[in-house]
Ligand binder design. Structure first.
Ligand code: SF4
Length: 385
């Protein structure tokens, strides 16, 4: 597979791993957070942590859009979908995310709510066109990557004069969240998170470019390396971060030059700016309220804003107290630290959002990491014996 195999070449990966091992200072540890769930998935799937020296640690960040949606927004979507006039359109992953008291969109659908799984915003538009007597609401989630398609759907809805289409907007912004990881009161209170640098997201950066991370790198003196999703991308980004830390630099570097530029996709940015504006504050699961960490529709598009159109309220709801998703999304704990992991909580019976999407840290660890970790522990045990 052209353009895939080149980035999965095991010999090259081992060569870069040797370079990392030669570059690291044995007298210190290196803690790097991969913000993006796609990187978490790649690290687990290709066993990249096994290639790294013991003093280079990867910390999973909050970059899975399904995982960071707070439970109150799921509850609000369920309440909306239960209204008889509403058809709620949503991506498949969201269907199984637990809401309060064991609820979910899947269970609401089984109870009679008109909830339909779609693959794109345009599918939702088609439903609105085909069924003019239904109020069709698109449950929009995701980072900067998925916001432009939502903007395009809005543009199309306006052009086609669809009066029965609206958007429940939950789009969130990456740079604000990265900043919040380091300076939120919750994180400061926990006090156990040490991060020497970040692997910047891939798809998000194709849209926003590398420039938005400049302020952050300078302000917090943390290097950021934007990287692609293939295993060689990620391990090369780790090497670049090690070099920056060793040199005392805190720059934004771009490993993913085949797709990301400094300024990003300005056409997509303009489309988003036309329809959306910043929310002063928005709750992220695991991070709490993130200032300017999300978008809402501009007031001039209020008729397409489901929150206004249907007077939606977001109930204050608490996560299952046994679920450690919040700490995992902040990078403070790992999936295996959760008592529910692999017992009552599996991908078939998710108790928290991190076990639902394949990009979630718990799901990635369940699929790729748990046996490897067990084998490594046994190997270490044998070596000691
Ligand atoms: S294993 Fe399940 S319950 Fe525990 S943190 Fe992960 S998603 Fe939450």
């Amino acid at each position: 597979m052209k353009y895939i195999d080149e980035y999965r070449d095991g010999r090259l990966a081992k060569d870069i791993a040797r370079q990392i091992a030669a570059a690291v200072d044995p007298a210190r540890s290196y803690y790097f957070m991969e913000f993006c769930g796609g990187h978490t998935h790649a690290i687990s799937r290709y066993g990249l942590e096994d290639l790294l020296p013991a003093n280079v640690r990867m910390i999973h960040g909050p970059g899975c859009p399904v995982c960071v949606l707070p439970i109150g927004r799921i509850d609000a979507a369920i309440a909306l979908a239960m209204r008889p006039e509403i058809t709620l359109c949503t991506y498949g992953d969201l269907m199984r995310v637990p809401g309060s008291n064991g609820s979910s969109l899947l269970k609401a659908k089984a109870a009679g709510a008109d909830i339909r799984m779609v693959y794109s915003t345009l599918d939702a538009l088609k439903i609105a066109e085909a069924e003019p007597n239904r109020e069709v609401v698109f449950f929009a989630i995701g980072f900067e990557t998925t916001t432009p398609p939502t903007a395009l759907a809005l543009r199309a809805a306006i052009a086609r004069q669809l009066p029965n289409f609206s958007i429940f907007c939950n789009h969130v912004l990456t740079p604000a969240a990265i900043q919040n990881i380091l300076e939120s009161p919750d994180v400061r209170k926990l006090g156990t998170i040490k991060i020497d640098g970040f692997i910047g997201p891939a798809h998000v950066s194709t849209v926003i470019g590398t420039e938005p991370y400049e302020f952050f790198a300078e302000e917090f003196q943390k290097p950021v390396v934007v990287a692609g999703f293939e295993p060689l991308d990620v391990i090369q980004a780790v090497l670049m971060l090690v070099h920056q830390v060793n040199d005392g630099r805190h720059e934004v570097e771009n490993q993913y030059i085949r797709a990301v530029t400094a300024l990003g996709n300005e056409k997509a940015q303009n489309e988003v700016a036309r329809f959306f504006e910043l929310r002063e504050s928005f709750e992220w699961r695991g991070l709490g309220e993130v200032p300017y960490g999300a978008l809402r529709l501009r007031p001039e598009y209020a008729q397409y804003d489901a929150e206004k159109r249907f007077s939606m309220v977001t109930p204050a709801a608490k996560d299952n107290p046994a679920c450690e998703c919040g700490a995992i999304l902040r990078g403070v704990k790992k999936p295996a630290d959760c008592k529910l992991f692999g017992t009552v909580c599996t991908p078939d019976t998710p108790m928290g959002s991190c076990m639902v999407s394949s990009e979630g840290a718990c799901a990635a660890h369940w699929t790729y990491g748990r046996f490897r970790e067990k084998a490594r522990t046994q190997d270490e045990g044998r070596a000691v014996a």
